[in-house]
Write a protein that binds this ligand. Structure first.
Ligand SMILES: [Fe+2]
Length: 257
């Protein structure tokens, strides 16, 4: 049968919506409660909706009973402090799974390439229902920073670099597209990330805010691109060697046991 997907995301795996006037809202992300949770880079998260309405950010499939990234339970103490963020996450009217603010510490382009990953939003998602994609609403003004998207983790031939000023609004098929943020800022970045179910509601929302599946890439010098690619290769090889050695050691320990 297959999943219901948004046609707007088919070409590149992302859309950029009209920019939101972030300056008119209070900085609610400074008032909510964060938990330490290592993601791609140095991060903390403040959940607004979680598996059971508790302040924790684990994947819904790691709870009992395991389930996919839908039907997130709003957390009253957080919702109370962040009504504008909740309003924006609910505006499309699509089913919301995990909804949280990420705090990311500064890094560089090579770090972003090393941090590239695909999400696992559709684990346990029943066939024939809507594919889970993610909204990214940038809250802080990181105008020297950008989201890096690739079709393939290690192949630079398809790479989108999307600007992240305050109010930037992106929707990305994060299970299909490799993604990470390059944060050339002295300050941490805050961004609202919402898991939405694809379907007519999300299609209408993307159309309402003029979703564009191609925008100009943030310009980065060829020297930085080349050095980042080289560093990514070096770090991925080092990581593979580490795990290979660890695997060998574990195998040896098991055969001794
Ligand atoms: Fe991700």
């Amino acid at each position: 049968m297959g999943y219901i997907k948004c046609a707007a995301l088919e070409e590149t795996g992302y859309v950029v919506l009209d920019q939101y006037d972030q300056a008119k809202d209070p900085k609610e992300w400074l008032d909510i409660e964060y938990v330490d949770w290592k993601s791609s880079g140095e991060t903390r998260f403040a959940p607004l909706a979680s598996a059971k309405g508790e302040i924790e950010v684990n994947g819904f499939w790691n709870h009992q009973p395991p389930r996919t990234d839908k039907d997130g339970v709003w957390i009253p103490s957080q919702v109370e402090k962040a009504p504008n963020l909740v309003r924006r996450a609910q505006e499309p009217g699509a089913n919301v799974g995990r909804c949280r603010v990420i705090e990311l510490q500064p890094n560089n382009y090579a770090d972003a390439l090393y941090n590239l990953h695909q999400d696992d939003n559709n684990r346990l998602n029943p066939d024939g229902t809507g594919w889970i994609v993610r909204g990214f609403f940038n809250l802080t003004n990181d105008d020297t920073s950008y989201f890096v998207l690739r079709d393939n983790q290690t192949d630079p031939s398809v790479e989108y670099r999307l600007a992240l000023p305050a109010g930037a609004q992106l929707i990305v098929d994060t299970q299909r597209i490799w993604h990470a943020t390059c944060l050339n800022s002295p300050q941490p970045r805050y961004c609202l990330i919402t898991s939405w179910e694809s379907g007519p509601e999300l299609d209408a929302y993307i159309a309402k805010y003029n979703g564009k599946s191609r925008v100009p890439n943030v310009e980065v010098s060829q020297d930085i691109l080349d050095a980042g690619q080289e560093e990514q290769s070096r770090r991925l090889a080092a990581r593979a060697a580490y795990y290979a050695a660890k695997g060998q050691a574990e195998k040896a320990a098991m055969s001794e046991a």
